[in-house]
Design a protein around this ligand. Structure first.
Ligand code: HEC
Ligand code: HEC
Ligand code: HEC
Length: 136
């Protein structure tokens, strides 16, 4: 009986811990708890994909982006009015590297970053069925 209770308790703790991870990591479709996972921007246009894993594989350090270019909080950049292509072309945000030098230029390969509404729906299909855009 004692052993059984211990097993149940362990299982319960495991469940709770797993649950906490799901709640605290807002990362979409990523099992990597070390970085910010995969982020999908929807403002001002839907949708732009940013994958930590790809950028970490490039040998970048966290402080290549945090906190000078981006806060470690998804949704911060989207609150800024200047989170636009013009800023990228001016070397801000993603444009600090996506300038045709460190990484491919922001005025090329649009669809590498822009996955569009279809790409967004495909990614979010399971979680956000039936959700509609508020504006336009
Ligand atoms: C190439 C740039 C870049 C690098 C390198 C980078 N990040 Fe990020 N990170 C971002 C961007 C962009 C966001 C989203 C910021 C926003 O929405 O304003 C973000 C967001 C985050 C978040 C918030 C995730 C959430 O769910 O709110 C965490 C945590 C994070 N990063 C951790 C890290 C850590 C740890 C490293 C190093 C292992 C790292 N990042 C490296 C660009 C980067
Ligand atoms: C600190 C530098 C840095 C910043 C900031 C940065 N990137 Fe990158 N990114 C890179 C490098 C380096 C590569 C790989 C080289 C290349 O493809 O030109 C890359 C590659 C990519 C790729 C191509 C992935 C693939 O499948 O080949 C995408 C998409 C991308 N970045 C999106 C973004 C977005 C969106 C942002 C801003 C939210 C951003 N990056 C910010 C350095 C950066
Ligand atoms: C390196 C990644 C990257 C590339 C390449 C890129 N964009 Fe963007 N784009 C972004 C980000 C980040 C935003 C702001 C977030 C959002 O709107 O979801 C944005 C926003 C926009 C917007 C809305 C804001 C504005 O400036 O009016 C338009 C339109 C746009 N991009 C068009 C394009 C076109 C056209 C291309 C190719 C010529 C392109 N983008 C290439 C990352 C990129």
């Amino acid at each position: 009986m004692k052993t059984l209770n211990k097993t149940l308790l362990a299982a319960l703790i495991a469940l709770i811990t797993a649950g906490l991870f799901v709640v605290t990591s807002q990362a979409l479709g990523s099992d990597d708890e070390e970085d910010g996972g995969t982020i999908v921007f929807t403002k001002p246009v839907k949708a732009v994909i940013f994958e930590h894993s790809i950028h970490m594989d490039m040998g970048l350090e966290c402080d290549s982006c945090h906190d000078d270019l981006f806060e470690m909080a998804t949704g911060t950049a989207e609150e800024n009015d200047d989170f636009t292509m013009k800023s990228l072309y001016d070397g801000k945000y993603c444009g600090a590297c996506h300038d045709g030098d460190t990484a491919f230029a922001s005025n090329t390969r649009c669809t590498s970053c822009h996955i569009g509404v279809k790409g967004y729906d495909k990614m979010m299909g399971n979680e956000k069925k039936g959700e509609h855009e508020g504006h336009h």
